[in-house]
Design a binder for this molecule. Sequence first.
Ligand code: C5P
Length: 222
Amino acid sequence: SSIPVLAIDGPSGSGKGTISRLVAQRVGWHFLDSGALYRGVGLAAAWGDIDLSDASALVRCTFDTQIQFLENGGGEPHIIVNGKDATDELRTETAGAAASAIAAIPEVRAALKDRQRAYRQPPGLVADGRDMGTVIFPDAPYKVFLTASAEERAERRHKQLSEKGISVTLPGLLREILARDARDATRAVAPLRPAEDAVRIDTTGLSIEAVVERVLALLPAR
Ligand code: C5P
């Protein structure tokens, strides 16, 4: 396809979501939050009381679940799952845990492949996820892999949760993040790894604006 894609992959807490959305806004490209698709299917499975070990029911659920992103005038888009506004519920631990369980099922990943590719529309797409540059858009002309130290990711997450009035300890979060990193990097299905041709950016100690500028510098001058 000649429609350009900027693939932005990395672990959670690397700043991916924020950076991808800002870059998409700056260049006027479409935006795909692929994690929201996994979370949306996970949530629908939870709503339907589907057992997270029942792979064939989860695959059916993937095909049956409709997920729409509604523009919100520059703010974070609203995410509609099977007709219901699930923007807040998608951020819960229930949705996150369900997402990572279903994300380990190869048929679920396959079922979401074409749906993700359909977001590649003119004038371009910024795609945020774990396997955008490796599996979904291997031919993307622009690929970034964002990282940050586990300590910094734990601090960012801590700040986010405190702002929402949720209290958790920093050492506890750090342990969870290290465990999740190990799981994500070693899982048999779609382990998290940078594409060979991805530009790696370590966001530790960098401001959001500084990272946005570095990513924009990779794209052709406008
Ligand atoms: O990015 P986010 O935290 O919303 O993703 C939720 C979960 O979905 C991740 O923990 C990961 O297991 C899964 N995921 C994935 N591939 C993607 C995006 C998300 O496996 N492209």
